[in-house]
Design a binder for this molecule. Structure first.
Ligand SMILES: [Fe+2]
Length: 253
């Protein structure tokens, strides 16, 4: 049975709703959530509630920041962080519901391993912090250090760039691989790191929602058009969320 892997939803309920529709049409209901459900976008409560059903819930840097600290956040990210925190504590909602939201955040783990498949937000070395980006494939020391911690497969998010990295220092975009990779072709000696891309704030120049499905052998990347303008308008309507965070959704950067 396939699972869906979702990362970096960033409070974008329009994108997340579209992903759920697509999962439904594929008969996929099991979800691994790779972190950053919240932050940046206008619907943190709705996105968290929609993901209560996740089988695995990984903590992103935005969840970590809302629960503990966000000193290293830039001013725009910090503004949305403070707004998000207020939303989660909002007295306009039932206290029990607020408790459920915070409780869900409290269950999130930094790294989860299921046999030879690992899930984390940034990298296995520094789960909520370290980015892995295509240029890192030239940084042998960094990639070797990361792959040392991976048994076979590791799914990540954080960079918002869907990509595949292998332990022989090769890397590829999903498009270059025809949108899917059969892990059986890696053989016994190669390990793989798979970034699922971002559901709610893609940064690879394609503004469509990104997620993957995995049946134990084949990883499939999916891109979905959604009603970006509605999300953009909601952000514009929130004085405390910088407009820049809306504008970037339109261009996927
Ligand atoms: Fe993120």
């Amino acid at each position: 049975m396939s699972i869906a892997l979702l990362a970096d939803v960033h409070s974008n309920i329009e994108a997340l709703g579209r992903v759920f529709e697509d999962m439904d049409s594929r008969g996929v209901s099991r979800i691994v959530c790779l972190g950053d459900v919240i932050g940046y976008g206008p619907d943190p409560r709705e996105c968290l509630k929609m993901l209560f059903a996740s089988e695995v819930a990984i903590m992103g840097n935005h969840e970590e920041a809302v629960m503990f600290y966000g000193e290293d956040f830039n001013p725009k990210a910090r503004a949305s962080l403070e707004w998000t925190k207020d939303q989660l504590n909002s007295t306009d909602h039932d206290r029990t519901e607020n408790y459920d939201l915070w409780n869900f955040l409290g269950t999130m783990q930094q790294v989860v391993e299921d046999e030879d498949v690992m899930y984390t937000h940034g990298s296995p070395r520094v789960p909520t912090r370290e980015y892995v980006v295509p240029a890192d494939s030239r940084n042998t020391e960094k990639m070797a250090g990361i792959f040392d911690l991976v048994k076979k497969v590791c799914f990540i998010g954080h960079s918002h760039i869907p990509h595949i990295y292998t332990s022989d220092m090769k890397h590829a975009s999903p498009e270059a691989l025809g949108g899917a990779i059969d892990l059986r072709k890696l053989g016994d000696d190669r390990k793989v790191l798979i970034n699922t891309g971002s559901v709610g704030q893609p940064r690879d120049g394609d503004n469509r929602a990104s997620y993957v499905t995995f049946d134990g052998n084949i990883v499939r990347f999916h891109r979905l058009e959604y009603d970006v303008q509605t999300t953009v308008d909601k952000i514009y309507a929130q004085e405390r969320i910088p407009n820049f965070l809306a504008d970037r959704l339109l261009v996927g950067r």
